[in-house]
Design a protein around this ligand. Structure first.
Ligand SMILES: C[S@@+](CC[C@H](N)C(=O)[O-])C[C@H]1O[C@@H](n2cnc3c(N)ncnc32)[C@H](O)[C@@H]1O
Length: 187
């Protein structure tokens, strides 16, 4: 499979250039900063007022206001989520890979709300045209900070997906500091 979900870890370069479908920005925006924008993407697919592309390296830039984060794929996802969690004001869109280290380190303990999307998204190519295939896997919107969380909750809808509020942060106390989280009976 050659689409967005065709690799567990898509390669660097062109395969990172999957643009957010504009309806998502319309629904959850507006956003002030997109720290990982696609160089040369059409204006119709601009996700935020301020954008940084890979030449400017958004990880080293000063972010402002509400951030939109659809980060480059692969092992670097954790670095981007870590930066957004520390920044504390924004919404990220990533594959719902709940088994990964980055999900366990940067999402469950740090996020404020999650929206697990129903169905599969179709992202757009760098010229703005929707891809011919869907993304091949589930996605989740992750809100960091109370403003972003409120925005996610306000815009959520059961038809869109399952909303999970993490309060104050992290999963319910039953999972904190207890015994094994899974496989306990057989351990
Ligand atoms: C999945 S695309 C998302 C593009 C855009 N943010 C959107 O949501 O439509 C990720 C983009 O991050 C860009 N990128 C990769 N490394 C980057 C870096 N260090 N700083 C800024 N952008 C980067 C890639 O060129 C790619 O276009």
């Amino acid at each position: 499979m050659s689409g967005i979900g065709g690799h567990q870890r898509p390669h660097k370069g062109d395969s990172d250039d999957w643009l957010t479908p504009p309806w998502i920005i319309e629904r959850f925006g507006p956003f002030d900063t997109d720290p990982c924008a696609c160089l040369g993407a059409p204006e119709s697919h601009r996700c935020a007022r301020i954008t940084f592309n890979h030449l400017q390296n958004g990880l080293n830039q000063h972010w402002r206001g509400m951030v939109w984060l659809n980060p480059p794929y692969g092992p670097q996802v954790g670095r981007w989520l870590s930066r957004l969690a520390g920044y504390g004001r924004g919404i990220a869109l990533v594959f719902a890979r709940t088994d990964t280290i980055w999900f366990h380190e940067q999402v469950w303990p740090k996020a404020d709300a999650l929206l697990f999307l129903k169905g599969r998204l179709t992202f757009c190519r760098p010229n703005g045209v929707p891809a011919s295939n869907d993304c091949g896997g589930p996605h989740v919107l992750i809100a960091y900070g109370s403003t972003a969380s409120q925005r996610l909750c306000d815009a959520a809808d059961p038809e869109l997906g399952a909303l999970v509020k993490l309060s104050p942060k992290g999963l319910a106390p039953a999972l904190e500091g207890g015994g094994p989280l899974f496989g306990g009976d057989k351990a």
